[in-house]
Design a protein around this ligand. Sequence first.
Ligand SMILES: O=C(O)/C=C/C(=O)CC(=O)CC(=O)O
Ligand SMILES: [Ca+2]
Ligand SMILES: [Mg+2]
Length: 395
Amino acid sequence: MSTWLDVPDEHPYGIDNLPLGSVRDAAGRRFAAARIGDRAVELTHAGQYAPLFADGSLDAFLAAGPVTWRGLRALLTDWLTDDSYRRSVQPLLTPLSELTPVLAFTVADYVDFYASEDHASNVGRIFRPDGEPLTPNWKHLPIGYHGRSGTVVVSGTDVRRPSGQARNPDGSIRFGPSQRLDIEAEVGFVVGAGSAPGRPVPVSAFADHVFGLCLLNDWSARDIQAWEYVPLGPFLGKSFATSVGAWITPLDALAQAWVAPPARDLEPLGYLDDSAVPSGLDLQLEVSLNGTVVSRPPFATMYWTPAQMLAHLTVNGAHARPGDLFASGTVSGPERDQRGSLLELTWNGSEPLALADGTTRGFLQDGDEVAITATAPGPHGPIGIAEVRGRIVAS
Ligand SMILES: O=C(O)/C=C/C(=O)CC(=O)CC(=O)O
Ligand SMILES: [Ca+2]
Ligand SMILES: [Mg+2]
């Protein structure tokens, strides 16, 4: 065991992971922390990095860039592996059970992509049965839309069922609580170091800007969405809440997870060429509804990679800012039990899912709780990507 804590190297939150977050203690005090095992290591007094954590968030640290990110990681590794730090570090440890997670950073802009070919094809078949499953642009560019950064919430936050306009089967319009409330299992990428206006970020510079990733649930009201989103895209059907995991796994913990993306049928324009380095990520997601595992979406099947997403996001000259969050889009694999939304898993409600408690679901009911977890390959065993969890409360 390379840490002096009782946490084996192969633990999903062992010494190879060290995700960062922000928490509140029982007295209400907020502080930034790293996670090891089931404990938080307070960062308020982390040597030269301490001033970056003065407000209890990760904001200043993320903006400081990769040299600082690696410096803190080296410091934490020393703290937790060198026995001579034991006495000074032990007082900085708190069991997670005594802490409440807080959104770790101020979300600047939030963008959601649509990068899974299986998801896009499934949704195309469901929503546009008379057309081609994929739109003509799909293999030329990573499609995305701007979401609402102010409604990004941390894992564990209840999600209130949204109300809105929807069209009844007879063509009349109703207003009321969504009757087709859904999840989307996604991965969110957190920009730390921003980019300059007018200077697109090449795919090769991805890790100079992106600090790490978290799981993300893009709660979606399918009935509101279906009525409102042509031609300008998702709006109120998705803007009421987006949940993110409490702990951000640094890219520096994911060195073993890079894989080649699936073969592309069409060569994209040069700025999207990511063939020089493995740019896919081998993350294995798991989606549970009220404790029943309903899907295991494989991120390695994503057609567009996160480096391509950031390159595309900035290719028109728009710059990236510290705190920008961009999500992959729903992660769905080719198999039925690898689909990342209930829309697909139940084929728009027509094939309900059976849960362990004997009930069935088309879409979410009030009181339902959804948890998404994931692992990535690591040097000593799977790296845990912190769960994103949320419960639906009545509108
Ligand atoms: O294809 C459509 O009409 C709708 C797609 C979505 O709702 C998916 C979306 O938010 C992007 C994604 O998560 O992949
Ligand atoms: Ca989405
Ligand atoms: Mg959303």
